[in-house]
Design a protein. Structure first.
Length: 271
C-alpha cells in the first residue's frame, strides 16, 4: 500500500538525502508536499528544486507530517534546535543518521513521540538501495506505512524486529557496496597480473560484476548457490578457482571477519 505523507521536511540534502528525494519524486510524492532544510544545498539540489517547484526553506508555519533526518552525525546537535522547532507531537521522525539511536533522537527532539530509524545504502541513488528500519512503539500503523513508502521508493526495504539489528544491517548492506567495489578492484588486479592491459582488466571486472548482478535481478527465485553452481563445471576452471575461494581461510572466512569488523565499529560509533 502506498502511503505518501501530506507534508514532508527533508533535513539534509546531501548525497543520500538527495538520492532519496529523487526517488520519492519519481515514485509519486507531490513536489508541493516537500520542503528541504539545508544550510548549503548543492547545485544539483537547487536545480532540482527549481525544476520541480520544491521549497528550499520550510514555509512559515509548516508543521510537517514527516521529518526525514539525513544530516551527518556530527551535525545533529547543531541542527536539533531547528528540527525541534519544526516538529510537533503528532509528527513522525525518520532518521537515516548513522550511529544515532532512537533514544539519542528523542533527547534532541523531545516533543516528538514517533520515530523510525533506518539504514539505507548508496545504491539508493539509482533506485537500487537496500534499507532496514525499525519503528518505536509510538509509531502508528499509518506512520509505519508512510515510512515504508518513503524507504521502499529507493529500493529493497524491510522492517527489523529490533533496533539492535541496525548495526548488523550497517555492517552487511550499509557498508556492503564498498565490499563489492573492492572485489572489482581485486579482480582487475588479478587480471592485470596475468598480462591483461589494466584498463581492459578493469572493464572486464566491472562488466562481470554488473552482469552477475543483473542475472540475480532477472532470476530472483534462483538461490545464489544455484547460480554459482550453474557456472561451475566439475573439474573446470571455475571449480579450480572456487576451491581456493571456498577453502577454510577463503572468501567466506574473510567476508565474515570483514563484516564482523564493521559491526564492531558500528557499535563503537553508536556508543
Amino acid at each position: 500500500m502506498t502511503a505518501w505523507p501530506q507534508s514532508l521536511l527533508l533535513v539534509g540534502a546531501g548525497k543520500m538525502g538527495g538520492a532519496m528525494l529523487r526517488g520519492w519524486l519519481a515514485g509519486g510524492l507531490p513536489p508541493a508536499a516537500v520542503a528541504v532544510l539545508d544550510p548549503a544545498p548543492a547545485a544539483d539540489i537547487v536545480e532540482l528544486a527549481t525544476a520541480e517547484g520544491l521549497a528550499l526553506t520550510p514555509p512559515v508555519g509548516m508543521k510537517p507530517e514527516v521529518l526525514v533526518l539525513a544530516v551527518k552525525p556530527q551535525m545533529l546537535d547543531a541542527a536539533a534546535p531547528a528540527i525541534a522547532a519544526l516538529a510537533h507531537g503528532d509528527a513522525l521522525v525518520v532518521s537515516i543518521i548513522a550511529g544515532k539511536t532512537i533514544a539519542d533522537l528523542r533527547q534532541r527532539v523531545p516533543n516528538v513521540r514517533a520515530f523510525v530509524r533506518a539504514m539505507p545504502n548508496t545504491p539508493a541513488a539509482v533506485g537500487r538501495g537496500v534499507t532496514g528500519a525499525v519503528a518505536n512503539v509510538a509509531a502508528s500503523a499509518r506512520q509505519k506505512e508512510m515510512a515504508a513508502t518513503l524507504l521502499s521508493a529507493v529500493g529493497l526495504f524491510d522492517w527489523l524486529p529490533d533496533e539492535s539489528l541496525i548495526d548488523a544491517v550497517t555492517a552487511l548492506s550499509g557498508s556492503g557496496p564498498a565490499y563489492v567495489f573492492a572485489l572489482v578492484e581485486a579482480l582487475a588486479e588479478a587480471g592485470a597480473a596475468l598480462g591483461l592491459p589494466q584498463d581492459l582488466a578493469m572493464r572486464f571486472a566491472r562488466g562481470t560484476v554488473e552482469g552477475a548482478g543483473e542475472l540475480m535481478v532477472r532470476e530472483p527465485s534462483v538461490p545464489a548457490a544455484r547460480l554459482r553452481q550453474n557456472v561451475t563445471s566439475p573439474g573446470g576452471t571455475t571449480a579450480a578457482a572456487l576451491a581456493v575461494l571456498q577453502s577454510r581461510d577463503g572468501l567466506a572466512a574473510l567476508m565474515g571477519r570483514a563484516v564482523a569488523a564493521a559491526h564492531r565499529r558500528a557499535g563503537e560509533l553508536a556508543g
